[in-house]
Write a protein that binds this ligand. Structure first.
Ligand code: EPU
Length: 320
């Protein structure tokens, strides 16, 4: 075994040549040369320092639930964040980046804290949710995060909410890089049972309105902001009296899934990748779909939506 593998093993559990098809909910992608699963923040910092020092290429993997990996695989080190500790201290919940978001939500409710029950319906890890400023039920990570511990440019930093520069499905980590280590949520003490009930109802709604039974990676595209310009474009292409159009203007976001449906793209296929008939913003892997199939389908969807509505879709998923 070479020096790199030997050293990697000192930080965590090492696997060699693992297919991304096994690492992601989309079940797509070629082999990752190394997969290093690290279950403590201390080891994570040591590993990152080592890899930076040696100039070895690496990428972080959270839950693998919002990403598309390439067919040719990845020649560097995929780091799986397996530190999952969740601590409640007064009104704060401190979660290691690898904790499941749904688990953080459950723990917060159990501790009598209100505000984060919505997280129960979010797949993947809290680190991944933070990076993409995940949201549901009209709330986003940004509403509850008070600080984030992260490894940025060789240093462990504590970033405030403002410093994370959250936007719709966006945070500073998407632009500046950096590895999220721990997330602190500051919540309110109060009975969150009612909140949890609503969150579980929202989850039920999603289960009824989103595809089941096939590998996918959640919504492919971001919803579109109703800016002045986009509103004009929307009303030029669709009936202002349409209930859904009115609703989108009211909430300030046009559903990408609806736009895809309007463009007649539901059920469209490239190879073994298919636009869901249930929700237009999902692409399903019908079995052995390739990354190239998905990329081609994404391009076709964007073109069709632009032609039908004059609006440009943007990917929400992380493309490796
Ligand atoms: N709609 C259609 N056809 C479709 C899809 C949606 O007509 O194919 C209509 C629905 O009938 C509804 C409206 O569009 O009137 C909104 O649909 P939905 O409630 O499904 O919400 P969405 O805006 O399409 C967002 C999130 C989902 C999240 C749901 C429910 C984004 C990009 N999508 O979808 O998140 O699960 O709300 O909370 O923000 C994800 O982030 O991966 C994701 C799937």
């Amino acid at each position: 075994m070479d020096q790199l593998s030997q050293t990697l093993k000192t930080f965590g559990k090492l696997q060699i040549n693992v297919s991304f098809a096994k690492l992601t909910t989309f079940k797509i992608g070629g082999p990752a040369r190394f997969v290093l699963s690290i279950d403590s923040t201390e080891n994570m910092i040591a590993a990152l320092q080592y890899l930076d020092g040696e100039g070895v290429q690496y990428m972080l993997l959270g839950g693998g639930s919002n990403m598309l990996a390439p067919d040719e695989g990845y020649d560097g080190v995929v780091i799986k964040c397996a530190a999952k500790k969740i601590q409640v201290e007064g009104n704060t919940v401190i979660a290691d980046a690898g904790a499941q978001t749904a688990q953080v939500a459950r723990e917060s409710v159990k501790a009598g804290l209100s505000g984060f029950a919505w997280g129960v319906g979010v797949p993947g890890t809290i680190g991944g949710a933070l990076r993409g400023n995940a949201g549901a039920m009209g709330k986003e990570m940004k509403d509850d995060v008070s600080s984030v511990e992260a490894f940025v440019d060789g240093e462990v930093l504590t970033l405030s909410n403002e410093e994370c520069k959250f936007g719709y499905r966006h945070s500073a980590f998407k632009t500046m890089g950096g590895v999220i280590l721990r997330v602190t949520l500051t919540l309110k003490s109060g009975d969150a049972a009612e909140e949890m009930k609503k969150a579980l109802e929202a989850l039920k709604y999603r289960n009824e309105t989103q595809p089941k039974g096939f590998a996918s990676t959640g919504c492919i595209f971001k919803n579109i902001d109703v800016t002045e310009v986009n509103k004009k474009t929307l009303l030029k292409h669709f009936d202002a009296a349409d209930e859904k159009v009115q609703r989108f203007i009211e909430i300030g976001k046009v559903s990408a899934g609806w736009l895809i449906e309007q463009a007649g793209m539901k059920g469209k296929k490239v190879g073994n990748a298919e636009v869901s008939d249930v929700h237009g913003n999902f692409i399903l892997n019908m079995g052995e779909a390739t990354s190239v199939d998905v990329h081609m389908l994404i391009e076709q969807i964007k073109e069709a939506v632009y032609t039908k509505s004059g609006l440009t879709l943007e990917e929400e998923i992380y493309i490796v």
